[in-house]
Design a protein around this ligand. Structure first.
Ligand SMILES: N[C@@H](CCC(=O)N[C@@H](CS)C(=O)NCC(=O)O)C(=O)O
Length: 216
């Protein structure tokens, strides 16, 4: 059986969510960089693998899975050891809560980032203030989710925390005031303490350095 292959690029938050998940479960995998700026995601070869032309994309035994959330939960269930199953709990209610936060990442957090990125790539322009302000709606929700727990679902880290931190660490061009967002601030610090957090760091800072100068 060949190693799973992850196609992606470090500045991409959903790619980083998959890289973090792979690290969390100690997965032996191959990482193939797809240079979006060079249009490598629009080639005939890549479009055959993923007609939606997005990264990340997972190739596992000749089969393909797109979307970071689908990839992360698949990797945990297929390759995670017993202890790793806590990342995507088997209990149906707990799992539904995790799924809800994964959809929150797609539908709320990442959507806000994508709206901003339209002003950055391919040619950077000033990002409208209301798009930066809109990020705080996402932060408000996160602060509420974290009101009574250390993680987004209870007191044990799940794949929801992994996916959301990959996006949140790319949204901090909207500065987080620790007085207004104490729970969110602590959660970010907690996630940064993961022994494999560096997997997220380089890509997040590249993305931030592209966006920040264009937000005022
Ligand atoms: N919901 C998807 C979003 C994937 C996505 O939009 N990826 C961006 C990079 S961050 C991309 O590939 N953009 C290229 C395109 O849409 O053509 C996921 O979680 O994987």
């Amino acid at each position: 059986m060949s190693k799973p292959i992850l196609y992606g690029i470090d500045p991409s938050p959903p790619t980083r969510a998959c890289l973090l998940t792979a690290k969390a479960i100690g997965l032996d995998f191959e990482y193939k960089v797809v240079n979006l700026m060079a249009g490598e995601h629009m080639t005939e070869e890549f479009l055959k693998k993923n007609p939606q032309h997005t990264v990340p994309l997972l190739e596992d035994n000749g089969e393909y899975i797109a979307d970071s959330h689908a990839i992360c939960t698949y990797l945990i269930q297929k390759y995670g050891k017993e202890k790793d199953q806590l990342l995507y709990p088997a209990d149906l209610y707990q799992r539904a809560l995790v799924d809800q936060k994964l959809h929150f990442d797609t539908g709320v957090l990442f959507t806000k980032l994508r709206a901003v990125m339209k002003y950055i790539l391919p040619t950077p322009k000033k990002v409208p203030e209301e798009l930066v302000t809109a990020v705080y709606e996402g932060f408000d929700f996160l602060e509420t989710f974290l009101a009574n727990s250390n993680y987004l679902v209870g007191n044990t880290m799940t794949v929801a925390d992994i996916c959301c931190i990959a996006t949140v660490s790319s949204l901090v061009f909207a500065p987080i005031n620790p007085v207004k967002y104490p729970k969110l601030t602590d959660w970010i610090k907690r996630m940064k303490q993961l022994p494999y957090y560096e997997t997220n760091e380089n890509g997040a800072s590249i993305l931030l350095s592209l966006v920040k100068p264009h937000c005022s």
